[in-house]
Design a protein around this ligand. Structure first.
Ligand code: SF4
Length: 392
């Protein structure tokens, strides 16, 4: 076993590490994340990943979070997981307070795998349940059924994980508010520490998008989507969950996702694996507006990824330097999606800010407190358009 090296330092400003595991048993109808439905590339991918880690270990020696996402990380068998952890332990260290998450799916989960994962130091699981209604699961093209999802939660707890997040999807035409409530009620019996509720979207090039185009499925419409959103937020808040980001609820502040918060706050992160994105910031200290933010992203195709690394090259497909305007627009967008909101001085830079803020307050979209502009529940619902309104 290869427990990771822990360094005694604690800061939410330390970078996070994301690893993209690009393998799935089959493609869910709604999914536009990059993955291949074959295990035949796993061996080559593990080797390439090890090389990629070596290329970044000097620039990013210590992390404060790890997120194994995908794809389906739990598709890896115990031997493959151990190989991955051995590479991680060789190249990187993690702060003692690191949050270390792995995404797991009900159909590819076992006690043995989770014990291996825990012995490396992973301390959080994100379980892809999506729904506890078998008709919904079929509509989404998931490989598991509701009984498997419930057993999976027991396996997570049985392996000693006391920080488990559950992913759910709402806004399906097979779903009523009543059946959505049944899913939530059953999930709440397990008292997960974190719940992510995503609204179904029809992403271009997914199977669901094609089915909608050909009239085989349809969207429930904006009005119903808004009703689901508001109802879900109220329901989970009444049951003790904090609605801290548009799609995310935590059973307490200690369970808010430390890794995702880095994305939302422009803290640097390194993404390894096909299609992964990274962000570096130089210099690390000082006003954000005087710093250079560089973002880069890897090639998508696992075969290109493995080939480039076998030639000793970084598998980078593109790079951009964020301009001050881009950074500010992103900061507005991301800030308005979280309960923390935005620092007033970021908003005040805009010429019509006073008028727009007063409109938002009258409409019940924001509250202003402690020098910050904080979105309300109704504000979360329209957060995407608020940043645009401020700019125009
Ligand atoms: S939703 Fe998850 S399991 Fe389904 S295809 Fe996408 S990455 Fe794979």
């Amino acid at each position: 076993m290869y427990p990771c090296l822990r360094i005694k330092m604690s800061s939410e400003e330390l970078p996070g590490l994301y690893i993209h595991v690009p393998f799935c048993g089959s493609k869910c109808f709604y999914c536009d994340f990059y993955s291949v439905c074959s295990r035949s590339w796993i061996c080559a991918w593990l080797k390439a990943l090890r090389t990629e880690m070596a290329l970044y270990s000097e620039e990013f020696p210590v992390f404060d979070s790890l997120y194994l996402g995908g794809g389906t990380p739990s598709i890896l068998d115990v031997r493959e997981l151990l190989e991955l952890f051995e590479s991680l332990a060789k190249h990187f260290a993690f702060s003692t307070v690191s949050e270390m998450t792995m995404e797991v799916n009900p159909e590819s989960l076992s006690h043995e795998k989770l014990k291996a994962v825990a012995s490396f130091g992973l301390n959080r699981l994100s379980l892809g349940v999506q729904s506890l209604n078998d008709a919904d699961l079929k509509y989404l093209g998931r490989r598991h059924n509701s009984a498997q999802a419930l057993r999976a939660f027991d396996i997570c707890r049985g392996a000693g994980f006391s920080n488990v997040s559950v992913d759910l999807i709402y806004g399906l035409e097979t779903q009523s508010l009543k059946s959505w409530k049944n899913t939530l009620d059953t999930i709440l019996e397990f008292r997960p520490e974190h719940i992510s509720c995503y609204q179904l979207t029809f992403e271009k090039s997914t199977a669901l998008w094609k089915m909608r185009k050909s009239g085989r499925v349809r969207s429930i419409g904006e009005k119903m989507e808004a009703a689901f959103f508001i109802w879900t937020s109220r329901y989970l808040q009444r049951r003790g969950y904090r609605h801290y980001e548009v799609s995310n609820f935590a059973a307490g502040p200690e369970f808010m996702c430390r890794h995702n918060r880095k994305y939302w706050r422009h803290v640097p992160y390194l993404g390894l694996g096909p299609s992964a994105h990274s962000l570096s910031i130089k210099p690390m200290a000082g006003d954000f507006r005087d710093r250079t933010l560089r973002r880069w992203w890897n090639v998508k195709s696992v075969s290109d990824y493995c080939r480039l690394l076998s030639e000793g090259k970084k598998p980078v497909e593109g790079t951009e330097i964020l301009s001050k305007d881009q950074f500010e627009l992103e900061a507005l967008d991301l800030g308005l999606r979280t309960e923390d909101g935005l620092a007033m001085n970021l908003v005040e830079n805009y010429p019509h800010s006073q008028r727009v803020l007063s409109q938002w307050q009258k409409s019940g979209f924001i509250k202003v407190s402690e020098g910050r502009v904080k979105p309300t529940r109704r504000g979360f619902l329209v957060s995407d358009s608020l940043a645009v309104m401020l700019q125009n």
